[in-house]
Write a protein that binds this ligand. Structure first.
Ligand SMILES: Cc1cc2nc3c(=O)[nH]c(=O)nc-3n(C[C@H](O)[C@H](O)[C@H](O)COP(=O)(O)O)c2cc1C
Length: 193
């Protein structure tokens, strides 16, 4: 997990689904991070040792997850923006990111079994997906949208940024995707004011 602060009180959570620390996802995130104001908390689905949900069902009784790890930062829900940035793996989000998403079961159980749907802060979302070029990213987008919903983050169409030809050209050479990242960053900065 990385934390970086620049000026204002805007708080952004980045959930990084890439195993490659200097890969295509990282390159587009660097563009975003260079211009984004405020405090940035980045969680890596691969390297932050976030346990999968083990279906212990403690959350059925308390609405809370008993596992103590960096998922607690996400549960704390103290963010204005949430960015999911990830490669496409097997036409979907990579396994560790899907595994992290399973931890939102605590929110579901709270609503389902305790009648206490968590009151989550309304956030702005942005999705950055990179892919080699093998097929559509529809399933990955659908999975990411499920995660945004679980975090009460709205995702506008222009905040979905795709670079899906990285087998032939690295994402950092994808000028359209880079411009979209810059535009979304401006919007995220502005909406926080
Ligand atoms: C296990 C695995 C599965 C992949 N599956 C797909 C896929 O279904 N569709 C696709 O377009 N690219 C697929 N790729 C390619 C990656 O999405 C692509 O190389 C991406 O740019 C890597 O991003 P990163 O450098 O941020 O990790 C796959 C790569 C791996 C390692």
């Amino acid at each position: 997990m990385q934390k970086q602060t620049r000026g204002a009180s805007l708080k952004t959570l980045i959930i990084n689904g890439s195993p490659r620390k200097n890969g295509d996802t990282a390159a587009l995130l660097d563009v975003l991070k260079a211009a984004l104001k405020g405090e940035i908390t980045e969680i890596s689905a691969y390297y932050d040792k976030i346990s999968p949900c083990i279906d212990c069902r403690a959350c059925w009784k308390t609405g809370k997850c008993v596992i103590k790890d960096r998922m607690e930062l996400i549960y704390d829900d103290d963010f204005d923006n949430v960015i999911i940035a990830s490669p496409v793996h097997m036409s979907n989000l990579p396994g560790p990111l899907i595994s992290l998403a399973g931890r939102f079961q605590a929110h579901y159980a709270s609503g389902k079994f305790l009648g206490a749907v968590p009151k989550l802060k309304c956030k702005n979302g942005a999705l950055i997906l990179v892919g080699g070029g093998d097929g559509a990213a529809d399933k990955a987008i659908a999975s990411a949208k499920w995660m945004f919903k679980a975090m009460n983050a709205k995702l506008d169409d222009e905040a979905v940024i795709l670079s899906l030809n990285t087998n032939n050209a690295a994402a950092i050479e994808d000028e359209e995707a880079i411009q979209k990242v810059r535009n979304v960053t401006i919007k995220l900065n502005r909406e926080a004011n």
